[in-house]
Design a protein around this ligand. Structure first.
Ligand SMILES: [Zn+2]
Length: 414
């Protein structure tokens, strides 16, 4: 019986992966406030009604399904994830969390079970920054942390966010009205695919998320001397490219040998100038993306990044600049909710595995509103943001069972 609910959640994600729920017929793309987005909301409204919920669109364009509690003035447990997708994305990222929310309500509704709290299932509109150069706009609205409206936002066709809101039947100026009253929100729960390879490598279906990683993004500029590649002897070079290569390699070694789980470092971008095969690079600009489970760990490694760069630059006679471009504190999940989730996972008979999320999620925004909990579902091959993204039905069913137990345990605790 529960398997059928799990299977249906998977099937529904697959349905939403194709037109008219995708803007393209060749790949999945569902940007915020698009036609495909609107069509998807219509279908979700139907599924939410069938599951016993009432529905409304909030001032940010999020779809909210409400399963009333025993009383109308009780607190609300919010379950959510995002409906938008990246271009050429997979159909489970975000969407699976919404589908599981609907399934869990359908399960309780069929037993006519109501709780001392209401349950809202939110399909967030903009998590990915799928249409406008802004991300998590809709969860920020719900969390009440959108103090200033981002202005001048245009999509790639030149449509402004104000125009997109109007075409959708909403007023952008009202977006802050999507805010929930923090006094009324009991907790926020999000189920999401892992989007990484850890759970699969350990043969585990589920992971209890401890928090969303602390992050620094640096831009490093190394300055040496551009010179002829044929006439400058190796000993007399100030080669910014070789310096960058040594730094990148040393940083990888440093993180790799530290033995601290969840600490990761990446250089994904590098530009050399003047950029010719026969010229020693006079300048190289590259990125460093550093993430760690806690701010303390991140800061410790940021120190090491500094030391390594300084040491190598001194040795190679290079000048350098280190700029912090992105500074994001860790968002920790709530301890009490994590232990409830642990009990729920044990009841399902699945091994307990705690895991840090290296990627951002709506949950980190909702943490400003309420205590949060997150459950990861194994991503086969670790693939996400790709049409090859997939899930296993048994894992999805295990997630659903965990959510059922979690809600029942939450009721018991209240
Ligand atoms: Zn996602």
């Amino acid at each position: 019986m529960i398997d059928e609910y799990g299977q249906r959640a998977v099937t529904r994600c697959e349905i939403l992966g194709k037109p008219p729920y995708s803007e393209s017929s060749e790949y999945l793309f569902r940007p915020y406030l698009s036609q495909a987005y609107k069509q998807s909301q219509h279908l979700l409204v139907q599924w939410m009604h069938e599951a016993g919920m009432t529905t409304h669109i909030d001032p940010a364009g999020n779809l909210i399904g409400r399963y009333a509690g025993q009383t109308s003035d009780g607190p609300i447990l919010v379950i959510g994830s995002h409906l938008d997708t990246v271009r050429n994305g997979g159909c489970f990222d975000g969407n699976l969390g919404i589908m599981l929310g609907i399934e869990v309500i359908d399960y309780f509704n069929r037993q006519q079970k109501r709780f001392s709290f209401g349950v809202d299932v939110i399909a967030f509109g903009d998590e990915e920054g799928s249409r406008f150069p802004v991300a998590m706009l809709t969860s920020k609205s719900v969390a009440g942390i959108l103090n200033e409206l981002p202005t001048g936002l245009k999509d790639k066709d030149g449509v402004t966010i104000e125009q997109a809101f109007e075409a959708f039947g909403l007023n952008y100026q009202d977006i802050q009205k999507a805010r929930y009253d923090p006094q009324k929100v009991l907790a926020y729960f999000e189920a999401h695919i892992e989007q990484g390879p850890v759970l699969e490598a350990e043969g585990l279906p589920l992971g209890i998320v401890t928090g969303i990683a602390s992050q620094y993004r640096f831009q490093v500029t190394l300055k040496g001397q551009a010179c002829h590649s044929g006439t400058t002897s190796m000993a007399l070079r100030k080669d910014a490219m070789a310096g960058a290569a040594e730094i990148i390699y040393k940083l990888e070694q440093c993180v790799d040998s530290c033995g601290q789980e969840g600490v990761v470092i990446t250089t994904g971008q590098i530009v050399a100038s003047p950029g010719a095969p026969n010229v020693i690079a006079g300048q190289v600009v590259f990125s460093i993306d550093l993430r760690a489970p806690t701010d303390a760990q991140r800061n410790e490694f940021a120190e090491k990044v500094n030391e390594i760069i300084e040491h190598i630059c001194r040795k190679r006679q290079l000048r350098h600049e280190l700029l912090i471009q992105h500074d994001l504190s860790a968002s920790l999940c709530n301890q009490d909710l994590m232990s409830l989730l642990e009990q729920a996972v044990k009841k399902v008979g699945v091994p307990v595995r705690y895991i840090t999320s290296g990627a951002g999620h709506d949950a980190m925004i909702l943490a400003h509103l309420a205590p949060t909990a997150m459950l990861f579902i194994q991503s086969p091959n670790g693939i996400s943001h790709s049409p090859d993204e997939t899930v296993r039905c048994n894992d999805v069913t295990a997630a659903l069972q965990t959510m059922i137990h979690f809600i029942e345990l939450k009721e018991g605790k209240k």
